[in-house]
Design a protein around this ligand. Structure first.
Ligand code: GTP
Ligand code: MG
Length: 358
């Protein structure tokens, strides 16, 4: 995936990813592997004198432009320096949560402005990759709590960082245990949703396969080696290579293809139409409630306001659905035209050669 330029003007599809997880799980290496560049510098190792000092979590978005399947993606990556294993992580949780909600607040404020700011940048996070350390045990309490708390605000996709630390058998068992925990604790992660009644066969198949890979086993590398004259991104060990882009070695390619390709639209739609709308409704209902407490609003007025709010939301959702339908119809129309043109070209060819090309 070629890197086009950094910090350039936003063009193409805008998409934002956040990476979260314990310190040293390979988040920065993954981001640099995903973008095929040294986009984010690595943390300098603590000296023994300062290693014990708790450093505040620092959240910094970085913009980069990529191309996936011929589509330009203005990608924003939010790396969140890792949190510790045993210290109280409440501050880090809060920082991440308030970053996510701040992006919703910003767009809410922008939408209610009379005159829109043309330079406004929508920084809502569309996917949060949660890095699970490759312990081979089960989810830790902090993993469960963090994923559970963040899921109502963002599409959480669990991944196992540095997955080459586990053998294929260990990895399989670890994945199964993590999914068991996710089910048991009812953590609403993004699980490539599909509807066997509504969706076409290909979508059902694709989503079933991606769901079966959860949590994605990720290997990152900023190094390249040459194999048969071709550069290959890999981790080099005395006993052999772990290739990043080889689906037999890890799930990196499937994950990248899903988040930057096949499921980019779905992740954006869920963020904007479901997660953000839920946040917006909660926030507005809360402000009505606060106002009513200040002005001693009657319960009937409060109920009316709330109904009004829900109705407004419904109308908005209907408009969006209609828009999607029109877009889908337009795309089908274009595809039909292309098909007809191809058929005509085929007929012309047949007429010229006097025989069927088949
Ligand atoms: N075995 C293995 N090691 C990895 C992988 N990815 C990164 N590493 C190594 O793990 C160490 C930490 O990687 P980082 O990418 O800096 O991890 P991080 O999660 O960003 O760490 P902090 O920002 O320091 O919390 C480095 O020595 C990397 O070379 C991987 O996929 N497999
Ligand atoms: Mg890092």
């Amino acid at each position: 995936m070629p890197l086009i330029g950094r910090r350039s003007k936003v063009k193409g599809v805008q998409f934002t990813i956040m990476v979260v997880g314990a310190s040293g799980t390979g988040r920065t290496t993954f981001v640099n592997t995903l973008c095929d560049s040294n986009l984010i510098p690595h943390k300098v190792c603590d000296s023994p004198e300062t290693a014990h000092e708790e450093q505040g979590i620092e959240i910094r978005p970085v913009d980069v432009e990529l191309e996936e399947d011929g589509i330009r993606i203005a990608l924003t990556v939010v790396d969140t320096p890792g949190f510790g294993d045993s210290i109280n992580n409440e501050n880090s949780f809060q920082e991440i949560m308030s970053y996510l909600e701040r992006q919703y607040d910003d767009i809410l404020a922008e939408q209610s402005r009379i005159k829109r700011n043309p330079r406004f940048k929508d920084n809502r996070v569309h996917a949060l990759l949660y890095f699970i350390p490759p312990t081979g045990h089960a989810l830790r309490e902090m993993d469960i709590e963090l994923m559970k708390r963040l899921s109502p605000r963002v599409n959480v996709i669990p991944v196992i960082g540095k997955a080459d630390s586990l053998t294929p058998t260990e990895l399989k068992a670890f994945k199964a245990r993590i999914i068991e925990d996710i089910d048991y604790y009812d953590i609403p992660i993004y699980n490539f949703p599909y509807d066997p009644e509504e969706d076409d066969e290909e979508t059902v198949q694709d989503n079933t396969e991606l769901r079966a890979l959860l949590p994605f086993a990720v290997v990152g590398s900023e190094e390249e080696v040459e194999i048969d004259g071709e550069p290959v991104r890999a981790r080099v060990y005395p006993w052999g290579l772990v290739e990043v882009d080889n689906p037999r070695h890890c799930d990196f390619v499937r994950l990248r293809g899903a988040i930057l390709g096949s499921h980019l639209g779905d992740l954006k739609m869920l963020t904007e139409d479901v997660l953000y709308e839920t946040y917006r409704t909660e926030k507005l209902s809360k402000s009505i409630l606060d106002d009513s407490q200040d002005s001693e609003m009657l319960p009937e007025d409060l109920a009316n306001q709330s109904v009004l709010l829900k109705e407004q939301q419904l109308v908005k959702e209907q408009e969006r659905l209609r828009e999607y339908e029109l877009r889908a119809k337009h795309e089908i129309g274009l595809m039909k035209q292309q098909l007809l043109a191809k058929e005509e070209a085929l007929r012309n060819l047949e007429a010229r050669t006097g025989s069927s090309p088949y």
